[in-house]
Design a protein around this ligand. Structure first.
Ligand SMILES: Nc1ncnc2c1ncn2[C@@H]1O[C@H](COP(=O)(O)OP(=O)(O)O)[C@@H](O)[C@H]1O
Ligand SMILES: [Mg+2]
Length: 140
């Protein structure tokens, strides 16, 4: 398998399309014959990152790089950024609105779940600029 690069645009507040990027990524990984346990971890990472872009950001993109050793996921948006990333990583911490919680989101488990499913994880954010989450999952 040579390197495969995927790129998906994620729009803010568009709950009708939310989850489409992570579904498409899952489908591609299945076609490539990636191990189902690995696919499950990637699916959690991409879904939670996608929902965070939909719910908390002004919109962004999800990039996936697949090679023979690893799958790297980069979720980057165009703001508003996170003032305290340490706090954002805490289990149960969420700034989701009442309306978003009524839709079943805002449990504050997204970033902890991304971290748990990743072999390598980093989050970088600058207020009024961007948030970038990077996750690497090793295939072997
Ligand atoms: N892309 C993002 N842009 C801005 N804030 C974010 C982003 N992702 C996460 N956050 C902040 O981190 C908090 C925790 O995220 P997460 O663990 O996914 O929980 P939840 O999405 O359920 O609130 C969010 O409530 C929000 O304040
Ligand atoms: Mg979330």
């Amino acid at each position: 398998m040579s390197t495969v690069n995927l790129e998906y645009k994620v729009a803010k507040e568009d709950f009708s399309k939310a989850g489409e990027a992570s579904s498409a990524i899952k489908k591609t990984l299945k076609k490539l014959g990636v191990n189902s346990k690995i696919i499950r971890r990637v699916a959690i990472v991409t879904y939670e990152a996608e929902m965070n872009i939909v719910i908390h950001s002004f919109g962004g993109k999800i990039y996936v790089e697949i090679d023979t050793e690893k799958i790297k996921i980069i979720a980057r948006d165009t703001g508003p950024g996170i003032p305290d990333t340490e706090k954002a990583l805490e289990v149960g911490y969420s700034t989701a609105t009442h309306q978003v919680r009524e839709l079943g989101f805002g449990a504050g488990m997204g970033l902890p779940n991304i971290q748990r499913c990743s072999d390598e994880f980093s989050i970088e954010s600058i207020v009024e600029d961007y948030t970038q989450v990077e996750s690497t999952i090793y295939i072997q």
